[in-house]
Structures are given as C-alpha cells and as structure tokens.
Design a protein around this ligand. Structure first.
Ligand code: URA
Ligand code: SF4
Length: 209
C-alpha cells in the first residue's frame, strides 16, 4: 500500500512561525519536495489581520524562497493597494508550499502544474498551523486550490467568491472570503474586467476587517 501523503509528521509540536518555517524546510509529506528548490513558507507577522492564501509558489518564488514575488505577485500587490489594503497588515502564503512543474522538452523552462487535491490536503497542516499562529480576522483565498483547501472540495470560484463567511472548523472567529487567482487575471482574455473583479473583492475584504 502506498504511504499516505501528509505533512503532519514534520510539524513541530511547539514553537511559533520561525520554528514552523524551519521545520517546513525539511517536509517530505508528499512527493513535491523532490523536484522543487525548497519550501516556500508564508511571509508576514503574527499581528496580521488579513491572510492571503495562493495556490503554490511559482518559478520565481521557488528560486527566491518567498511567496508572490513574481508577475502574479506584482498584480496582486497593485490590486491590494487599489483596494486600500496596507502591506504591513498582511500575512501571505500558499495552500501548497512546494512548486509543482513539468519541464519543456526543449530548453529549461519550468511549466507550472496545478497541485492535486491529495497534495493540497497533504500540505494543509502547514496552512492550519499558520492560521492558528497568525489568527487573522479574515482569510482571502486566491483561486480554486486555496478555496478547496479551506472551503472543501466542492468549492467553485465562480459561485462562491466575494462574500465573507465563517471559516469552517475555526474557533477564533476567523472569516474567509474567496476570490480569483491573480495568475488567472494575467491569463484572461478579459483581463481588465477580471482585474476589476479582484479589486472589488479585495475592497469587500478591507471593509470586513
Ligand atoms: N502563485 C501563487 O499561487 N502563489 C505564489 O506565491 C506565486 C504565484
Ligand atoms: Fe510537505 Fe507541502 Fe512540500 Fe508536500 S508540498 S513536501 S506536504 S511542504
């Protein structure tokens, strides 16, 4: 029988964000650690009132070891500024902490692959630890993977976005609001419209704080 994918055995049984970040660097809870450069843990302080959850690190995030430092991150931070959200008030992380990719047959370019539900669930203990340690007032999920990680496998961005609701399983009064992924905005033929929708959802998030 195949071993279950699960990050739980790698979590420290005590300590704050720094201890968790150090332990996550050695996680082998699913096969994604094998090909990636390293674990990309969240960034921000425990005082953050707002937590943003993306899908997984991209090529640039994998090389730099920090979330949302590439093109999707630039679009995201522009949208956050337009919505009046202060960067200092944020904790930014991903549902999955390792970059999943395939290589082009020719050349060296690494092409993003969406993580499976199994990998997403394996990695969730890290996200749960971040939620516990930061205890934000509101979590904004970006795209389908983060939405599924926190709102369940039947989550759909199209129907479930833009409305704050209680975070399932949470006891600290944290709420969650789903929106689109900034990479989906970048890829969309209707980029302006989708970008405006992202900013509108982030304004709703700012108002809910
Ligand atoms: N996309 C994500 O979901 N997360 C990142 O950190 C970068 C791109
Ligand atoms: Fe561990 Fe998550 Fe990386 Fe899988 S993706 S090895 S569960 S940190």
């Amino acid at each position: 029988r195949e071993a279950a994918y699960d990050a739980t055995p790698y979590l420290p049984d005590r300590g704050g964000l720094p201890a968790h970040r150090r332990a996550a660097a050695g996680c082998r809870g699913c096969p994604l650690y094998r090909d990636a450069t390293g674990t990309v843990f969240g960034r921000g302080g425990t005082g953050a009132r707002l937590m943003l959850v993306g899908e997984q690190p991209g090529d640039q995030e994998d090389r730099e070891g920090a979330p949302f430092v590439g093109p999707a991150g630039r679009l995201l931070f522009r949208a956050l500024a337009e919505a009046g959200i202060d960067e200092d008030d944020l904790y930014v992380t991903n549902a999955v902490k390792h970059f999943k990719f395939t290589r082009e047959e020719t050349g060296k370019r690494r092409i993003h692959k969406a993580p499976s539900l199994r990998e997403t669930l394996a990695c969730r203990p890290w996200l749960e630890a971040e939620l516990r340690l930061v205890s934000p007032e509101l979590v904004v999920t970006l795209g389908a993977t983060a939405g599924r990680a926190l709102l369940g496998p039947s989550f759909r961005v199209g129907t479930d976005r833009g409305v704050p609701r209680p975070l399932p399983g949470d006891e600290n009064g944290t709420r969650v609001l789903a929106t689109v992924h900034p990479s989906a905005v970048l890829r969309s033929p209707r980029r302006e419209e989708m970008y405006a929708g992202l900013v509108a959802d982030l304004r709703t998030a700012a108002d809910a704080l």
